[in-house]
Design a protein around this ligand. Sequence first.
Ligand SMILES: Nc1ncnc2c1ncn2[C@@H]1O[C@H](COP(=O)(O)OP(=O)(O)O)[C@@H](O)[C@H]1O
Ligand SMILES: CCCC(=O)OP(=O)(O)O
Length: 356
Amino acid sequence: MTKRQLIINPGSTSTKIAVYEDENQIFEKTIRHSTDEISKYKKISEQFEYRKSLILEELKINKIELNSLSSVVGRGGLLKPIEGGTYKVNDEMVSDLRAGVTGEHASNLGGLISRSIADEVNVPAFIVDPVVVDEMQEVSRISGHPDFERISIWHALNQKAVARRAAVEKFGKKYEDMNFVVAHLGGGISVGAHRKGKAIDVNNALNGEGPFSPERSGSLPVGQIIKACFNKEFTQEEINKMVVGKGGLTAYLGTNSAQEVSKLADGGNKKAELIYTAMSYQVAKAIGEYAVVLDGDVDAIIITGGIAYDKKFVDMISKKVSFIAEVIAYPGEDELLALAQGGLRVLNGVEDAKVY
Ligand SMILES: Nc1ncnc2c1ncn2[C@@H]1O[C@H](COP(=O)(O)OP(=O)(O)O)[C@@H](O)[C@H]1O
Ligand SMILES: CCCC(=O)OP(=O)(O)O
């Protein structure tokens, strides 16, 4: 029997939803959230009703009945580090997502909203390959001080989905046989080194590592940050916001829309041009770093995420890194399909849902 699933993918600047019948998409919608809209909420969990009602409104407009669903699948959030796969949203997961057990990010709402909608019609809710999937090698965890460990918080779902796709489409091989550097360019940016099907190192896209992004600072000069923390000019919350939410393009140019910044740069705005170029420069530097993680043995560099729709941005990066390996652009993301496939594998009994 055909399985109809509602897919919910909350990102920092958007909520993407879709409905799949088995692997066929019958509906898709991207709802974008401006910096102004989002900054009304102090905590991500406070956006629950706002995002849920937008989703329900879209379903109503498009005449999709909740009681026609076999399951609801959400993007997984900041849970305790776990291995990849499909997990049933159980009470312990709901409690950890509500508490923000390893932090706050829009993806926490994926599990919470999915469970809430699924409960209304008595069907299961799942998450797939959440942002905390951890495949880092031992040496990558060392930060530089024993009190601090590097951890992976990244676009696990999409990085792995596009890497699988490139392996098959471009090389006719399995992901497990390839070495890729993957750069996901969304509201946050993560760059990962994938060796034979495992992301052995990746920048933490949420907590001050890697390139700056539309709404995050990436790594900052640590000495200056320490001074800012102790000069009493800023509260802890304000410093946190500088790093996540109001960093990067938002801090420099007042918008989390890379599309808008790109247009400003094209229109001759010199500041927008400099900052946009700097973001591409930092992504290119990170790709070089992760190529080194793979000892230079890189089959391809994959550039994905919303900003990869901007050919000019991809070209700026390619110019700097194409000496390493072929550059493949997969604009947007394969997350909706990857979520649907994860849910379907469990509904069809191909695999068991993992227990969190
Ligand atoms: N055509 C485009 N050119 C440049 N940037 C774009 C384009 N389309 C989308 N973006 C940018 O991509 C970013 C969002 O990427 P996305 O992967 O959807 O993010 P998230 O899922 O993290 O919210 C936004 O800054 C948006 O402006
Ligand atoms: C939390 C890591 C993944 C991430 O940054 O996602 P968004 O780009 O959707 O914010």
